[in-house]
Design a protein around this ligand. Structure first.
Ligand code: NDP
Ligand code: TDO
Length: 294
């Protein structure tokens, strides 16, 4: 059985880069950025896709800044819902698989400590609403597609919260981070491994699936964990203590953000068999590779 030919969208994004790096050595991989396929030009999507042979489409592209989405809702809807629907229609027509990435921000962030795939969604910002619309449009157009919800990504291909906190701590010992917003930091590398298993071992799994590490964190505890590991790796951070603040104090944010969006990964764990590691272990592995490469 030949290896599936993989088409990745979102080549310049954090997760898109990680997926390309993960699959390129063993698979025939094509990776498109905005230059090859512009989600701002929905009229070009079907023809562009038709001209390329592939067996699995991984859509890691989208308008991912909640604040940018809040002030440009039409663009957000185009990138996060309209184009994903067209992609799904094309994949369904060709009988090829689509894996579409979505977010924990489809949940309201109130009323539950843990969210399951079957739980009611109620996004509270434009980003979450357009991502949910994309999930529903993809599964309507391609019932065999897989929607992979992820949260709080980190990895070597694009700086995220732990990286920015370490960079700040190199300059100052006066740091703060939000302590009342809780979700699950998740490693790009782990997502790539899970996606490979879902492609190779579970080629027919469809619907919504949560892909996140185990454990929970706030932006505050995630930051302190990153700084503590960095200090142990002799990165010259000025502190590993961070002042806790409330999300409501971030008055500069344009989009409301849900507070509690911890997703259960039990469905993924049962599917793949075996323990899904804690986010702290994944973070430690990432920072060791970054600051103490072998
Ligand atoms: N980062 C996170 O913490 C989380 C991410 N997710 C989801 O995971 C997926 C990947 O996220 P992440 O890698 O962080 O995202 P990034 O913002 O790092 O990358 C997004 C990608 O989409 C591309 N893109 C944006 N607009 C367009 C457009 N109009 N046409 C074509 N391409 C476009 C970007 O291209 P360009 O570089 O040119 O802008 C970039 O390659 C997304 O679906 C996101 O919603 C979910 C939860 C958390
Ligand atoms: C983490 C953090 C962020 N910020 C600021 C930085 C930035 O301007 C703003 C938002 O930060 P972030 O981008 O990390 O948070 P946010 O934009 O909410 O990140 C989201 O990304 C999208 C793709 C998702 O799908 C969500 O799961 C979530 O990860 O809040 C703080 O001031 N303190 C903090 O502790």
């Amino acid at each position: 059985m030949p290896s599936p030919r993989i088409l990745i969208l979102g080549a310049t994004g954090g997760l898109g880069c990680a997926l390309r790096r993960h699959f390129a050595p063993e698979y025939e991989v094509t990776s498109w950025s905005r230059a090859e396929l512009d989600f701002g030009r929905p009229d070009t999507v079907a023809a562009t896709l038709a001209a390329h042979d592939f067996d699995v489409l991984l859509n890691a592209a989208g308008m991912t800044s909640p604040d940018a989405c809040e002030v440009q809702p039409e663009l957000a809807f185009l990138a996060n819902a309209v184009v994903p629907q067209i992609l799904a229609e094309c994949c369904h027509e060709r009988g090829v698989r689509m894996i579409h990435f979505s977010t924990d921000y489809v949940f309201s962030g109130t009323g539950r400590d843990l969210w399951f795939e079957s739980d009611e969604t109620a996004p509270i910002n434009v980003y979450g609403r357009t991502k949910l619309a994309g999930e529903q449009a993809v599964l309507r157009a391609a019932p065999g597609a897989l929607v992979a919800r992820v949260s709080w990504l980190f990895g070597p291909d694009k700086p995220s919260h732990p990286d920015s906190m370490i960079q700040k701590a190199l300059q100052t010992g006066d740091l703060s981070a939000v302590a009342d917003k809780i979700s699950v930091p998740t490693s790009h590398a782990d997502i790539c491994g899970w996606i490979e298993q879902l492609i190779v071992r579970h080629p027919t799994i469809s619907g919504v699936l949560h892909l996140c590490n185990s454990g929970v964190a706030s932006w505050h505890s995630w930051a302190e964990a990153a700084l503590t590991i960095a200090a142990r790796l002799e990165v010259p951070v000025k502190t590993s203590r961070v002042q806790p603040v409330e999300l409501a104090s971030l008055t500069q944010l344009r989009a409301p953000r849900p507070l509690l969006t911890v997703m259960s990964n039990s469905k993924l764990q049962n599917l793949l068999g075996g323990e899904i590691r804690h986010w702290h272990d994944a973070l430690e592995e990432y920072l060791v590779q970054k600051y103490q490469p072998q």
